[in-house]
Design a binder for this molecule. Structure first.
Ligand code: NCD
Length: 341
C-alpha cells in the first residue's frame, strides 16, 4: 500500500465520484473552453515535457474511456499512448457490432451507462457536430472532444500550434504574440474540416495571420471570421506563407450533389507540389493532420520532403494530449511545467 504522501502525490484509485458531483478537472469540447492562460499553459507544458526521458505517473489509478464512433488512427493511438505513459488505464469503446449499438442502443445511452461505472474522463469522437458538448451536460466524468463531425478537433489544433511554436522557436507564454508575424495558409476542404474549425479559432488567438483557400463548395467565405483572408487560389494563398496546412477533402461528409474534380485534376489545381511550394517563404513548413491522400492534396515529394513537419505533428501530439488529459483529471499541476524566463 502507498504511504499517505505517495497517495497524495498520485491521487489514489479513482473510484466513482459522489452522486451528482462532477469530477475535478476540466472538459475540452472546443478551443473556446480554454482561457488564454490555459492555452499558454497546455502548449508550454507540452513543449516542456516532449523530450523528457521519463515522466511521473500523474494519472496512476485513473481510468479513461476512448469512445471513438468514427475511424481514427493517430488520434486514438495518441490519446491512448499519452494516457498510458502517465500511468492511466484506457478502455476502448467503439460502439461497433460487438456492442449493444447493434441492439438499437444510442451512443448517448451507452456512454451514460459507462459513466455510471465511474470513469474519470471520456475521449469522444462522433459523427454528430456538438456531440461532445451535449455529452458534457450528461456525464459526471470529464469530456474531451476528439472530433465531432464538422465541428471541432481541439487537440489537433493544439498540436498544430505546438508544432509551429517549436519549428519557429516561439514561446507559448507570449500568448497572443506567440505567433505574431507568421502567415499561416490553411488549404483544402475548409468547410467540412473540424481541424480547420479548431485552428480558425486557435491560431488567431496566438497572433498568427490566417489565409484560407479551397475549391468552390469546400469553403464558405461568409462563415469565416472577418480577420481571415480568403485567397481565390492555392497559388495566392501560398505567397509569403510561413506555414502551409494542407487538408484532405472530407468525402464522407460532402453533400451528395456536390461535384468535385477527379483526383488528378484536383491535384493540378489544389494540390501542394514542390514547384508550388516555392511560392511560400524560404523557411516555410508544411503540416497535414493526416490521413493524407498522396497525389491529391499533397505530392509525395512534399509530404516526405525537408519542409514537412507532418511526422513531428504526430510526435508533438502525444505530449499535447498528456497535458490535456492531466488537465481533464485535475492533475496538470503535477506534470512538469514550462519555465518562463
Ligand atoms: C482529422 C480528423 O479526423 O478530423 N484526422 C486526425 O484526427 N488526425 C483529419 C481528417 O480526417 O481529414
Amino acid at each position: 500500500m502507498f504511504s499517505d504522501p505517495v497517495r497524495e502525490q498520485i491521487g489514489g484509485p479513482a473510484g466513482p465520484p459522489r452522486a451528482g458531483c462532477r469530477r475535478a478537472g476540466a472538459d475540452l469540447c472546443g478551443i473556446g473552453d480554454l482561457a488564454d492562460a490555459e492555452l499558454a499553459e497546455i502548449l508550454g507544458q507540452a513543449l516542456a515535457i516532449i523530450e523528457l526521458p521519463s515522466l511521473p505517473e500523474v494519472l496512476r489509478g485513473r481510468q479513461i474511456v476512448a469512445a471513438f464512433a468514427e475511424p481514427s488512427t493517430r488520434t486514438r493511438m495518441s490519446f491512448t499512448a499519452a494516457a498510458r505513459r502517465l500511468g492511466a488505464d484506457v478502455l476502448a469503446f467503439d460502439g461497433g457490432a460487438s456492442t449493444s449499438a447493434s441492439k438499437g442502443e444510442s451512443t448517448l445511452d451507452a456512454l451514460r451507462n459507462l459513466d455510471a461505472m465511474g470513469f474519470d474522463a471520456f475521449v469522444v469522437r462522433d459523427r454528430q457536430q456538438g456531440f461532445a458538448r451535449r455529452l458534457r451536460g450528461e456525464l459526471r466524468a470529464r469530456v474531451i472532444n476528439a472530433g465531432d463531425g464538422i465541428g471541432e478537433h481541439p487537440t489537433q489544433a493544439l498540436l498544430d500550434a505546438a508544432t509551429i511554436l517549436e519549428a519557429f522557436g516561439r514561446f507559448a507564454y507570449e500568448g497572443k504574440h506567440a505567433l505574431r508575424g507568421l502567415r499561416i495558409a490553411i488549404c483544402g476542404d475548409i468547410l467540412h474540416s473540424r481541424v480547420a474549425g479548431s485552428n480558425l479559432r486557435l491560431l488567431p488567438r496566438l497572433g498568427a495571420s490566417l489565409v484560407v483557400a479551397g475549391p468552390p463548395g469546400l469553403i464558405d467565405p461568409a462563415a469565416l471570421p472577418s480577420s481571415v483572408e480568403v485567397a481565390e487560389s492555392l497559388d495566392r494563398a501560398l505567397l509569403g506563407a510561413d506555414v502551409i496546412m494542407m487538408l484532405r477533402v472530407q468525402r464522407e461528409r460532402l453533400p451528395a450533389d456536390l461535384e468535385l474534380p477527379d483526383d488528378a485534376s484536383y491535384h493540378a489545381r489544389w494540390g501542394l507540389s514542390v514547384s508550388r511550394l516555392e511560392r511560400a517563404k524560404a523557411g516555410a513548413i508544411v503540416l497535414h493532420p493526416g490521413p493524407m491522400n498522396r497525389g491529391v492534396e499533397i505530392a509525395d515529394a512534399v509530404a516526405d520532403g525537408s519542409r514537412s513537419r507532418i511526422l513531428r505533428q504526430a510526435h508533438v501530439g502525444v505530449a499535447v494530449r498528456m497535458a490535456v488529459l492531466a488537465r481533464a483529471c485535475g492533475r496538470q499541476d503535477l506534470l512538469p511545467r514550462a519555465v518562463q524566463p
